[in-house]
Design a protein around this ligand. Structure first.
Ligand code: SF4
Length: 214
């Protein structure tokens, strides 16, 4: 990230954080993924249960390896190797009662709205209600000017890239473009637009001045 991009990231992140606060959510900014990782680890209480939701951002930062080392912390992880689909689903149900959830957001608008699209829905469900604390780590590459551009980003970029990552047999894997498929493997089923929260500061958005995830 060059110096000019860093200045832009800091200015825009500050503005987004102000909007998040008006929406009764917390926000903070870290200029690097390494800084963000340390700050997120410090937010996890000793002995907490932590629900792992699908996030290439958190995975790419090496966050889960560090969380697993925290004293007394139990990671509720539906992505453990060797789980059957039924076992993975059971762990997703358990995660809804966790103390902390960690994921990313597919997009964040300049006015502080969080835009997500899920295949199964456990991630957006947990963001909305369930775990006591929600920590979303979001690279500044996911900032969109408004709701329309945020939804377009998610639908036409994050969706196809994730389908490619998962090796699905959907049209976007072939072309790189969303065809609004009706495939049983469709990963774009449930939209969530979080505009605010009645439980003040339940959601914390950690903006990061790097390109992270999709
Ligand atoms: S709706 Fe289907 S084609 Fe479009 S991005 Fe999602 S999985 Fe791909």
């Amino acid at each position: 990230m060059d110096a000019h991009q860093m200045v832009w990231n800091e200015k825009v992140a500050k503005d987004i954080i102000n909007h998040l606060e008006k929406r009764r959510m917390e926000g903070s900014y870290a200029s690097t993924a390494a800084q963000a990782k340390g700050e997120i680890l410090a937010m996890i209480p000793q002995g907490a249960t932590v629900f792992r939701c699908g996030s290439m951002t958190a995975k790419g930062m090496g966050l889960w390896e560090e969380i697993a080392k925290l004293t007394g912390v139990e990671v509720i992880d539906p992505y453990q190797p060797g789980l059957s689909p039924e076992e993975s689903l059971g762990i997703r149900h358990k995660g809804m009662m966790a103390d902390v959830m960690i994921a990313s957001s597919n997009a964040v608008t300049l006015d502080g709205r969080l835009v997500n699209l899920d295949g199964m829905g456990n991630r957006v469900a947990a963001m909305t209600f369930g775990p006591k604390k929600v920590i979303l780590v979001v690279g500044m590459n996911k900032v969109a000017p408004n709701l329309d551009s945020a939804m377009a980003r998610v639908k036409h970029y994050a969706g196809p890239v994730n389908a490619i990552r998962l090796g699905l047999n959907n049209p976007c894997v072939e072309t790189g473009l969303c065809a609004d498929c009706k495939s049983p493997q469709r990963i774009c089923n449930m939209w969530s637009i979080i505009e605010g929260h009645m439980i003040k500061d339940r959601i914390h958005v950690k903006l990061v001045g790097e390109n992270l995830g999709y």
